[in-house]
Design a protein around this ligand. Structure first.
Ligand code: PBG
Ligand code: ZN
Length: 328
């Protein structure tokens, strides 16, 4: 046997195995996506997302409190309004009495150390369910869309969000939101996390059930990226860096590890987030339930692969589980 053939001597012990990763999973890497609805007392099971619920603001203390005790550092809020008048420009998105703004204020008071990000999009609030404003022919009307998104982002930041995260995929929205934050004197107070490389994926199904945000006609293929589009993803990442994004995100995560790795190379000076989306979470659960693998082992394998590819931050519905599974 040649000297260079022997690798196993380097990882025969659990500790020496732990040294093989450039970085380890930690609790602070996880950001927990939560759904906030407008019934303040709600605690409604989401059948396609095991263990996840739609929460009312009055339930946040008892729901989030124990997680903060276990080391939860950040959440990202998604609004799921039912008692509102949806319209063409998503007016309910930044209703001061709506679930997101109410939840930001409540969480800031209840958990001063918790980092609060807000998803910024219009699809949960538009009558047509698309992520921007539309022209008469049903195509995206870019300019007013980015103006409206910037307005919503500023209103979330004013309510106390530490981070705004536009997931709409309208061209130019990062620049518009950054400009609007600066003009509102919030430029240094609020982080802008861009869903830069967001693909038109079949893996958003459970989320759209949970959030009631499926488009009423057509699909999102004219703004979310084609799954084959490595070049477009690279261009979108570079554009968002230039437009002022503070954090770059790739979404979904597991089928797009090559894009995460590209983003790490293209934006080496930015934190890099990836979103283990609803369908990925459901898939890991379904496989475990079918006896294909052990749930915890697979949850680790999938998220560790994201860290290996270059992610520094993971949005995941497994966050509460990892608070139990990880020591730090
Ligand atoms: C809204 C939005 C979606 C997700 C995050 N923000 C759905 C979509 O674009 O259709 C997906 C998250 C998930 O599946 O967990 N723009
Ligand atoms: Zn949307």
């Amino acid at each position: 046997m040649d000297i260079s053939s022997i690798l196993q001597g380097g990882y025969q012990h659990p500790l020496s195995r732990s040294w093989q990763g450039r970085r380890q999973l930690t609790k602070s890497m996880f950001m927990y996506p939560i759904f906030i609805t407008d019934d303040p007392e709600a605690s409604v099971v989401i059948p396609t997302l095991p263990g996840q619920r739609r929460w009312g603001v009055n339930k946040l203390e008892s729901f989030i409190g124990p997680l903060v005790q276990k080391g939860l550092k950040s959440v990202i809020l998604f609004g799921v309004p039912f008692n509102c008048e949806k319209d063409g420009c998503g007016t309910p998105a930044d209703d001061p009495c709506g679930p997101v703004i109410q939840a930001i204020k409540k969480l800031r008071v209840l958990f001063p150390s918790l980092y609060i990000a807000c998803d910024v999009c219009l699809c949960e609030y538009t009558s047509h369910g698309h992520c921007g404003l539309l022209n008469d022919d049903g195509t995206i009307n870019t300019q007013p869309s980015v103006q409206r998104l910037a307005e919503v982002a500023v209103n979330y930041a004013k309510a106390g969000a530490h981070c705004v995260a536009p997931s709409d995929m309208m061209d130019g929205r990062i620049k518009a939101i950054k400009r609007a934050l600066i003009d509102a004197n919030l430029g240094s107070k609020c982080t802008l996390m861009s869903y830069s490389a967001k693909f038109a994926s079949a893996l958003y199904g459970p989320f759209r059930d949970a959030a009631g945000s499926a488009p009423s006609f057509g699909d999102r293929k004219c703004y979310q990226l084609p799954p084959t589009a490595k070049g477009l993803a690279r261009r979108a990442i570079q554009r968002d860096v230039v437009e002022g994004a503070d954090i770059i995100m790739v979404k979904p995560a597991l089928p797009y590890l090559d894009i995460i790795s590209d983003a790490a190379e293209l934006a080496p000076d930015h934190p890099l987030a990836c979103y283990q989306v609803s369908g990925e979470f459901a898939m890991v659960h379904a496989g475990a339930t079918a006896g294909v693998y052990d749930l915890k082992t697979m949850a680790f394998e999938t998220t560790e692969s994201m860290v290996r590819a270059g992610a520094t931050l993971i949005l995941s519905y497994f966050t509460p589980d990892f608070l139990d599974w990880l020591e730090t």
